[in-house]
Design a protein around this ligand. Structure first.
Ligand SMILES: C[S@@+](CC[C@H](N)C(=O)[O-])C[C@H]1O[C@@H](n2cnc3c(N)ncnc32)[C@H](O)[C@@H]1O
Ligand code: SF4
Length: 356
């Protein structure tokens, strides 16, 4: 079955994910009731006449008062194997780990995550395309009614691969590019810029939504501004991330941008695109409406990260190499685990660790 919407019940109502564009809306209880019982969607949600909804209903004790009832996005590293050896790689990818999850483990994991209420699975790595089962895994996740995306270096994406990804239901691809051709190739290796740009065009032509992502460093801060302008012309959004000094990036201390350069960078970005930083501010009035009573809620608390050997981290790739909460090979109850995180205030501790 092809689903149009994924709705997860929450203490305040529900989180609705539109599977066509990946946008989330936070619904009040009344809005949820109208959708479920009367198929009546709020005015700002575009619907057609044949909505197919994947609905995750929760028992009262599973609805978390001040937080989302499960992670929205689950990142899964499909392998640590990588065809590149980038200088800044924060999870030291290159070789396969000797205790990586098997195909069956990942199938079980996807099923369990979806049952628990995950709304998006974002496959990463290493290079996710180096896992020979990637197409089956995307097809599985897609058939379960969730949004599927990949983070890739793009160098293995030909026209045929892009079409195959589209066929199995991939909704979005994040392609990494770290500045101009010269700067990117210094960090990522020869010809990687050209190949990534080709991948973006193949993916776009196949109908997959594409976004680029860059890691901001001292040596590429000017190039990233130019890359942003260049990609905007082709209607491609560029997400800019800070350098995380872990694993191979520990050798790049001089590349970490200082506070005043960062402020200057933001000012320049703001000049090119005044909306760039505001898109991260979660200004959705609907969100403010439903959460005004939820003291302590932080919208960012919505990600889980599973490394190639099954370790579970809160947040995204930046949390790898902090202390994992556990390993999915030993985990039976993900919803219980998610609730436990909040009860024990794990999140706060991890955030402090990441920041420290
Ligand atoms: C580890 S890679 C795996 C996916 C794929 N191989 C790629 O490069 O896109 C995931 C993302 O982390 C980013 N990344 C790598 N090293 C980083 C670092 N030191 N700090 C911040 N992001 C980093 C990459 O640029 C990429 O966008
Ligand atoms: S950043 Fe991505 S492409 Fe580069 S080595 Fe790491 S996993 Fe591979």
């Amino acid at each position: 079955m092809i689903f149009d919407f994924n709705i997860r019940q929450e203490s305040f109502g529900a989180t609705l994910l539109d599977l066509s564009d990946g946008k989330r809306r936070y619904l009040t209880k009344d809005e949820l009731k109208n959708i479920i019982y009367h198929e009546d969607y709020p005015m700002d949600i575009n619907t057609t006449s044949s909505e197919k909804v994947k609905y995750t209903k929760l028992k009262p004790n599973e609805r978390l008062l001040n937080h989302l009832s499960f992670a929205d996005i689950v990142y899964i590293e499909l392998t640590r194997k990588c065809n590149l050896h980038c200088k800044h790689c924060l999870n030291d990818s290159g070789n396969q780990l000797n205790d990586e999850l098997e195909y069956e483990d990942i199938v079980n994991l996807i099923n369990d995550m979806v049952k628990s209420g995950a709304q998006e699975i974002r496959f990463t790595g290493g290079e996710p395309l180096m896992n020979p089962h990637i197409f089956e895994l995307i097809a599985l996740a897609n058939s379960l009614g969730i949004y599927t995306s990949i983070i890739s270096n793009g160098t293995l994406i030909s026209k045929e691969i892009a079409n195959q990804l589209k066929e199995v239901g991939l909704k979005k691809a994040f392609i990494s590019l770290d500045g101009s051709e010269e700067k990117n190739d210094k960090i990522r290796g020869a010809l990687t810029y050209k190949k990534a740009i080709m991948a973006i065009s193949y993916l776009q032509s196949s109908g997959i939504n594409v976004e680029a992502c860059s890691v901001l460093m001292n040596n590429n801060k000017d190039d990233i501004i130019n890359l942003y302008k260049k990609l905007s012309k082709d209607k491609i959004h560029l997400t800019i991330r800070d350098l995380v000094e872990r694993n191979r990036a520990e050798n790049l201390i001089d590349e970490k941008i200082n506070n005043s350069d960062y402020a200057f960078f933001l000012e320049r970005m703001n000049h090119i695109d005044p909306n760039y930083y505001s898109i991260y501010k979660e200004e959705d009035p609907r969100l403010q409406q439903v959460f005004k009573k939820a003291i302590g809620f932080r919208i960012n608390h919505r990600k889980l990260y599973i490394s190639a050997n099954g370790n579970i981290y809160l947040n995204d790739v930046s949390s790898v190499s902090t202390l994992p909460f556990g390993n999915c090979k030993e985990m039976e109850d993900y919803r219980g685990f998610w609730n436990e995180i909040y009860k024990q205030n794990y999140l706060k501790k991890i955030r402090e660790n990441i920041i420290a």
